[in-house]
Design a protein around this ligand. Structure first.
Ligand SMILES: Cc1cc2nc3c(=O)[nH]c(=O)nc-3n(C[C@H](O)[C@H](O)[C@H](O)COP(=O)(O)OP(=O)(O)OC[C@H]3O[C@@H](n4cnc5c(N)ncnc54)[C@H](O)[C@@H]3O)c2cc1C
Length: 451
């Protein structure tokens, strides 16, 4: 495999012992560069391979909704690994403490993990790195072009990262190779994961309903991808901004939990025998926009707060701080869909009920939170809070980039000046009316009350 996907987090002398893959962001067995790298090391060194997942009892604002989806996917990972005789261990607690303890207990030789630009994940890795003395590698199994390779700085927007990604795609958008031939050493450790008792230790909000309409796991992800390519991609460009039509792929929860590789999706799209024009829109979102979000979170430590906005955006928002707001709502009022506007309330209801607002309405939803909040800081906090708590694909770089785009002009340019927004791009109800049948949307979600 291309070793540019790998970077070393801790250099140490090599020693004999099992190769441990600490699975975190990329929760799948197929098309997983990090697992492949670990497995290749195990074959080369004739050592056993062990996969571990460390379940923290709470994570940012995620609720039982997201945990439930993730745990079901992880059970499938355990099942699939078993077929290849690779043991899977579910740990429960703080990774910074548990992983070094485990490494010591089994006298492991190498630790491998997958890449994630979020602060909390990097902190965990720092803590682990400080407490082990074996080599520790990180593999970007999430992006097609490795995030730390494509650019060494925060990009201004899609227009600056796009040429860099496109230049490197011929090198990185490659088919996944077979695992190196040879046998991984039989593992003498046997783990019996007690899922039930670990689930009981969760300290998350149990009141947010689980989502039954989106089936978790690697198999379901591949089925949905196939279905999208067969019946929907042709209309993606024309209809994707119409929230009344079901024209998006709905794959984001699978990408978020790493149950599906974006590279797999891109390869399958590339192979399709349809005009290039029908593929481009989807590939732009899947590759350029998604990888731009990872770039934003990797290089901007303030990706989820006002300080992370560009200078021009901070300046214009500061100049409009005192502007009179026609409506001001609290976080709770937003959360309960208690604004004066049926269209916005419908979007919030869609979020709470389905776990996924349509992409176009996500923009409108966050823009109005800016318009109806007392401060831009408060607006961003509300948007991030609701996004992470209710979206099945929340707590994701795409979410932080999306909220920063809507409220702080991140990756966007300055527009005509107007109250409250300053030069941040504005959206309104009439714009929605021109794009789609807002009454049909309101009818669908408007009258639904919180379950
Ligand atoms: C305020 C706001 C909040 C958002 N929150 C999230 C979030 O929490 N999690 C999340 O994954 N996306 C988020 N997005 C980005 C985007 O809206 C969703 O990725 C998309 O709607 C998911 O639906 P889909 O998989 O059907 O998308 P499709 O349109 O089918 O796109 C396919 C894939 O491309 C990527 N993609 C599409 N649009 C974007 C985008 N604008 N930016 C980055 N990547 C994109 C996603 O990985 C998506 O799954 C947010 C956008 C905004 C404006």
């Amino acid at each position: 495999m291309n070793l540019k996907r790998v970077r070393i987090l801790k250099k140490c002398n090599e020693k004999k012992g099992a190769i441990v893959y600490w699975m975190s962001r990329d929760q799948r067995v197929n098309d997983n560069w990090a697992l492949m790298f670990a497995q290749n090391l195990a074959v080369e060194r004739k050592q056993p391979l062990i996969v571990i997942f460390c379940l923290v009892p709470y994570f940012l604002n995620a609720a039982i909704r997201q945990y439930d989806f993730m745990l079901k996917g992880l059970k499938e990972v355990e099942h699939n690994l078993k077929k290849s005789n690779i043991p899977f261990l579910l740990l429960s607690g703080e990774p910074g403490r548990l992983i070094p303890e485990f490494i010591k207990d089994i006298d492991a030789g190498v630790l491998v993990t997958d890449f994630d630009p979020l602060r909390i994940k990097r902190k965990w890795k720092d803590n682990v790195g400080e407490n082990i003395n074996i080599p520790f590698y990180e593999v970007d199994a999430h992006n097609i072009v490795p995030c730390f390779y494509v650019s060494g700085k925060e990009e201004f927007g899609a227009y600056t990262i796009r040429p860099k990604i496109h230049r490197l795609l011929p090198e990185f958008l490659e088919e996944f190779p077979q695992i190196k031939k040879g046998k991984v050493q039989e593992c003498s450790f046997k783990f019996d994961n007690n899922w039930e008792s670990i689930e009981k230790k969760l300290k998350v909000d149990n009141s947010i309903p689980k989502i039954d309409t989106i089936k978790p796991g690697e198999k379901a992800a591949l089925d949905l991808l196939e279905d999208f390519l067969l019946s929907k991609i042709k209309y993606y460009d024309i209809d994707r901004n119409n929230p009344v039509k079901d024209s998006q792929s709905n794959l984001s929860p699978y990408f978020h939990f790493g149950q599906l590789s974006a590279q797999r999706a891109a390869l399958n799209v590339e192979r399709m025998d349809i005009p290039t024009g029908m593929k481009q829109g989807f590939l732009e979102e899947l590759i350029v926009r998604r990888e731009l979000s990872d770039n934003f979170c990797l290089y901007n430590p303030d990706y989820d707060n006002f300080n992370g906005f560009r200078l021009w955006a901070k300046k214009t928002l500061n100049e409009h701080r005192q502007d009179e707001r026609e409506f001001i709502y609290s976080k709770v009022e937003f959360e309960n869909a208690e604004t004066h506007e049926d269209l916005w309330n419908a979007a919030q209801n869609e979020l709470v009920i389905t776990g996924k607002i349509h992409g176009y309405m996500r923009m409108y939803w966050a823009k109005k939170i800016l318009e109806w909040s007392e401060t831009p800081e408060g607006a961003l906090e509300t948007a991030v809070y609701l996004n992470d708590k209710y979206q099945l694909d929340g707590c994701d770089p795409n979410g932080y980039a999306g909220c920063a785009w809507a409220i702080g002009g991140t990756h966007d340019r300055a527009w005509g000046e107007r109250p409250v927004f300053g030069k941040i791009r504005y959206m309104n109800r009439n714009g929605c009316k021109r794009k789609f049948d807002i009454n049909a949307y309101i009818e669908k979600f408007g009258n639904n009350k919180l379950p």
